[in-house]
Every structure is written in structure tokens, then in C-alpha cells.
Design a protein. Sequence first.
Length: 303
Amino acid sequence: MRGFARVGRQADGWRFSAGTLTVFPVRVERADRKVAGQAMVLAPAVGLMLGLVAGLPLPLVALLHGPPLLGAALAVGALAVLTRGLHLDGLADLADGLGSGKPAAQALDIMKKSDIGPFGVMTLVLTLLIQAAAAAGAGYAAFVTACAAGRLALVWACRAGVPAARPDGLGAMVAGTVRPPAPWLVTAAALLAAAALGLAAFLAGAVSLPGADSLTADSLTVVDSLTGAATAAGFAAGAAAPGTGIGTAGVLVLPAGLLAGLGAALLLLRHAGRRLGGITGDVLGALVETATATTLVVCALLG
């Protein structure tokens, strides 16, 4: 019976995670703090799947010999659509709240308003520009890694000991629900997956098909963020043109980018926690976008 109950909780966690973090119409049948914790642990796997789908314009545009920036802009736009712009909205709201310089209570009130202020606009535009420019140079494998890194930040933000800034809302639902050693285990699994993805991207880039130099086959390894079990996911017609892959150091570049993204998100989490007294749904969204952008920048610079 315990085994069936565990499987049921995992299924509930998947539905909660996909229903909350994506635009897909997933029916959430059970929503409590235990399920919420399971959902946050699974968030990096959801991010990986988002990256695999949203990042497709990068190799497809390269395959058509289009400019890398076009593919990157389409990928960033697709990611925003697939997430309902939820994380971008949180980033803008947090920028307005922190940028106001007001005490915690007033800053939280500002963040709850539906309109967007100057700090939010500037932060949003700058973040999207950075993500698109970096993705153009870093490529598909880095984009997938960045999406997973963004959701890995949620695992750490929702770990035990991190309070909610409000008594209600998404932040209150998920705050403190991820128990140790889950954050460390999920991070280790994500690093292994990033290294495998970097190796696959390098090997794919070294393959040349007769009469189709721009065609390769990427073999992507998906590591389940809960169990750490690896499953193979194939992606055909990846482009091995400059700006669409990772170089010979890909095995190190992608994990380094992932760690950098997580580190940047943790710094923002620390600052927001001190200013607001804990996390909110907006803080979580801002962490996702911060980790995603940082991972892309590091991969673009090192790749």
C-alpha cells in the first residue's frame, strides 16, 4: 500500500509541477504542501522538457541558414509562451518591489499590483535581450540546460528553512516543502545530465553526413530529478553550425553554466529574503529567469 501511495504522490507532484510551471492544461487533482514539495523537486525535469521543446527554433533556424539571433529570439519567445509569461511577470514585479526602496510590507503591496513600473520594464527588457543574445551564441544544448537550471533554483528556494513572505499565495504553499537531502541530490542529477548533454552535443557536432554538413543527430540524456534515473531522448536534425552547439569543453561548460545560474539565483534569493522576509510566487519567478539568463551567459562566454 505504501508503494501505491508513493506512486500516487509522484503522479500528483508531476501534475502540480506541470500545471503550475507550464501552459499545458494539466488537471491538478490534489494540491497540498506535500504534493507541492514533490512538485518543486520535479521542477528541473519539467524545465528540461520545456527547454527541449522551446529551444527547437535554434537548430531549425540554423538548419535553414538563418541568423542565430533569430532562432534565439524565437526560442526565448516560445519559452515565454509555454510558461504563460509567469516567471517574467514575477521578475518584473520583484524588480518594482525591490526597486521602490520601500519597507517589506509596502514592497509586497507594490508587487501585488497588476501594473508594471519602470524598474519592472527595464529589468524585463534587459533580461530578454540578454537571454536572446546569449542563446544565439550558446546554442540548443545550453538553452536546454538553462531551462533546467532555472527550475533547479526552485528546489533550493523551497527548501526547509526558507519562509514565505505572505501567509497566502504560491509562496506560502511551497515554502519549506523540500526536505534535505533532496536539493543536493537533484543538483547532482542535474549536473550529471548537463555533462552528458554537453558530451552529446560535442559528439553530434563532430558528425558529418554526406551531402548535409549541417545535419547531425543529438542524443540527449534526461535525468529524472527525483530518482536520478537516466533515460535516453533522441533529437534528430540538430545543426552543428557555429552558435548552435557547445565546443570540446562542453562536458564542463554546461555544468559550469548550471552552477553559475544556481549561484546567481541563490544570491537573489538571499537579498529578496532579507528585504521581504521570505519568498513569494513573484520571487520564485524572478529566480527562474535569473538562473536561466546567467546560465546562458556563462555558456556563451565559455562555449
